[in-house]
Design a protein. Structure first.
Length: 272
């Protein structure tokens, strides 16, 4: 049994495979997912029952990082792998923290549901926020897009957000080279924000989880914290470096604590 497509959804969505973006939406309590996504998500949650806590911790890291970057004077954000805007979108954080009209956000995702729902939410009310359907593995499509040229000035510092997306890029796609395209396109004073799944602390569970995701549109490639650090070639890591998601500049000391699931996602911010 499949869900009927809502009016706003693209008619050509392939519902034969689950989408990690829609599964992520489900983990966060969103409603923009389908039966095929929920079924695979349920199998993942059998292995990692506290998985939604990880997604919440990752989301919290994203917003701490965005607030930090705003404090550094950043007003432009390219959010790659932005997913479905369930709650607490990047542009909401930006608009709440900077004077009206100063902040600019380009959301990028290759999932058509994520793009369609983002367009639906934004409508015509957010002229400084745009959505682009594109794949991180084709950086030129992002950097040369009409949306980027209209919204993001590459002659000014930019924050490139790759939160919970690089672990869906296999080594064969050369993630360092993909990141380097963005590093070389932005000016000094720009930033890179990354969170990334690892197999540390619970390697057996991570291996079983990877097997679960084999039927999804994208499969995970877990990397160690040292490997994540290598992805920041040409970027100067911001203190405290590569740490677990709750440990990156927590709002309160107690927030740095987390269970075994949370303590296997790495997070870091680098400056160009």
């Amino acid at each position: 049994m499949t869900d009927p497509l809502p009016d706003w959804a693209p008619r050509d969505i392939d519902l034969s495979k689950p989408s990690p973006a829609r599964m992520y939406d489900y983990y966060l309590g969103g409603a923009h997912n389908f039966a095929v996504d929920r079924e695979l998500a349920a199998k993942a949650l059998e292995l990692v029952p506290d998985g939604p806590l990880l997604m919440q911790a990752n989301r919290a890291f994203l917003h701490r990082a965005v607030r930090y970057l705003i404090d550094q004077g950043i007003r432009q954000f390219i959010d790659i792998g932005s997913g479905i805007p369930t709650k607490g979108n990047v542009h909401e954080t930006v608009q709440a923290a900077v004077p009206s009209g100063e902040g600019r956000v380009l959301y990028v995702d290759h999932d058509p549901v994520a793009v369609a729902h983002s367009d639906l939410i934004l409508g015509d009310d957010h002229p400084n926020v745009k959505v682009l359907q594109a794949d991180l593995r084709r950086p030129h499509d992002i950097l040369n897009s009409a949306q980027r040229r209209e919204l993001i000035d590459l002659d000014q510092p930019v924050a490139v957000l790759m939160v919970a997306v690089l672990h869906f890029i296999p080594e064969s796609d050369r993630p360092e080279e993909l990141i380097a395209h963005f590093r070389d396109a932005v000016v000094p004073g720009s930033y890179l924000v990354v969170s990334h799944g690892t197999a540390e602390n619970q390697p057996a569970t991570a291996a079983r989880l990877a097997q679960v995701y084999q039927s999804a549109t994208d499969q995970p490639t877990y990397r160690s914290r040292s490997r994540v650090r290598e992805l920041f070639e040409g970027w100067e890591l911001v203190d405290p470096g590569v740490v677990w998601v709750p440990q990156w500049r927590p709002d309160w000391p107690d927030d740095a604590e987390g269970g075994p699931t949370v303590m296997r996602w790495a997070a870091a911010v680098g400056r160009r």
